[in-house]
Design a binder for this molecule. Sequence first.
Ligand SMILES: Cc1ncc(COP(=O)(O)O)c(C=O)c1O
Length: 660
Amino acid sequence: MTKTWSPSAPQGVHATWSIDDAVEQYRIDRWSNGYFSVNERGCVVAGPGAEEGRGVDLHEIVQGLNARGIQAPVLLRFADILDDRLRVLHEAFAGAIQENDYKGGYQSVYPVKVNQQHEVIAEIIEFGKRFGSGLEVGSKPELLAVLALTIGEPDQLIICNGFKDRQYLETVVLASKLGRRIIPVIENLSELDLLLDLAEQHDASVSIGVRVKLASSGSGRWGASAGDSSKFGLATDELLRMLTTLRDRGALDQLKLLHCHAGSQMQDVRSLKQIIAEISHVYVEISRHGATLDYLDVGGGLGVDYTGARAVSDSSMNYSLEEFASHVIYRVGAVCDAEGIDHPVIVTECGRAMTAYSSVLIFNVLGTNGPGAIAARANPESVRAYVESSGEPAPQPMVDLLAAFESAVDGNLVECYHDAQEAREVSLHLYSLGYLRLEARAICDQLYWATCMILEERRQSLGDDAPEALADLPDLLRDTYFCNLSIFQSLPDCWAVDQLFPVMPIHRLDEAPTVRAALADVTCDSDGKLDRFIGDLAVERSLPLHQLREGETYYIGVFLVGAYQETLGDLHNLFGDAHAAHIRIRGGRWYIEDLVEGDTISEVLTYTQHDPAVFARSMKKDCERAVQDERLTVQEARNLYRFYDEGLRGYTYLDAGDAP
Ligand SMILES: Cc1ncc(COP(=O)(O)O)c(C=O)c1O
């Protein structure tokens, strides 16, 4: 009797699936920091207190946006999470200050490079008022934006890092005359004389900062931002020359801030400890040289535990925010006490840890392909049909694959898997030598994938007792889900630096995911894929997902994307910015505070120096010529031109409607 196979309905381990299993499966409680959870309807909820049931439903928000004509991909920005991040940062430092009887105070500064979007900076300025937070800029465009955004807030501290030309420095000098609390940080000595000359020229007294090159380097991918060979800061002999110049020019009392930066996403608390110890001693030495500094700026670098592993790895870290604050405050206080020097105000420029949690990218799945679909077409009858139609006996690998398929349900697991693998290899070999016809190869492929699918179901049901020899099956069987997003535009760090972000469906979490898949984006680039996901011990090459359902859009979210992704993104294939919705939460309900529509096709064409208006006119003329030559009817020409014109005003992503 022949056996047939079809994709299984949830059974075995799947029948007992619960929301808790979903939380465990996607490790939400490990990476969410309390801002994300799953509700009883099986949807992801977001917001401060989400873990205690105070979050809002992401699927409901996406549907609400659809109803307003805003389709995925869409970036949801949660201002309340941003607000909460500022609060926890300040509370951590306030706690450390109290615990260590620190006298100097704390000042947070937001480095705008981390996310320069207008709404994000405006929200940080607004939320930061209650803590007296400041802003850090690293370029002229950032400086000009921040100067305008802080009009009416002259006491807001502005720290100016980065390479500076005359115009940059002159703007700073005049801004300080305007009454702004602004500190240019000298990153290389050539900036110092120019700054002092400009201050003299404008008769302005400017506060000055200095960034030093530390011998201690940071840890992780951006660890080289500190250390002897770092790109930034003054070496010790240059620092001495700077002090001499300041003294000679009667400006030593203008030196107010000492700065260092360990590099973003510091993984290891040990490098933090070394850096803070070293910079504290530099602070003391500068004070000994007669400068009365007010601020010690320890830069950014506070990590985000994207994987939730709490380990020293690129997307994780082995310390908490509280440990970070406590160590900085304790060490600076202790070093200053030992030398009898007043405690400085500690400044941090934490960007990633402030913004990462506040944004979620959501996109829809457009379709799928992979072994699952091929396996579903497997039918042992096709072997007989092949023999009849070809008039030849079944090729040996086909016979062997049929045998493997028929023993997959109750035969020896490992033996069956090895038999199937060997037969498949032979089939591929024969095919590449021209000894196997296309029809035969197709049947072999179907039988092979169906066999693997059955074996995988059996492997899963064995749990921890599953044989090791089958451990590669989940990755082998992964499907590809085609997703309406551009990795290059919305998740550039996945492509550029192998950053891991938490990725998971935002709904159907009350159902067991029965498919494993990698995600492919809509760019025509083989790098446009997500195939590295957070695993328990190692990176996993596929993600558990649900089978797509006819007539229902399946949505996936990428979490913790609020830092660096938006402006680093590029226009590959001319996919532009995604829509961004600013969501606020009040009384357990959400509302849209602001909606920033993504780029239109016309806009991305303009970015690349095309003129959409000229394009539209040329197309119209071409359509008219086609009517004259009777290649198009008037109606066809009109339709083509209308599609073109509407297309120019439309979204750059696929218009998938509300169904796949
Ligand atoms: C000088 C400076 N400050 C602050 C930051 C922000 O770092 P993070 O986002 O890791 O906190 C950076 C970024 O690397 C930086 O270069």
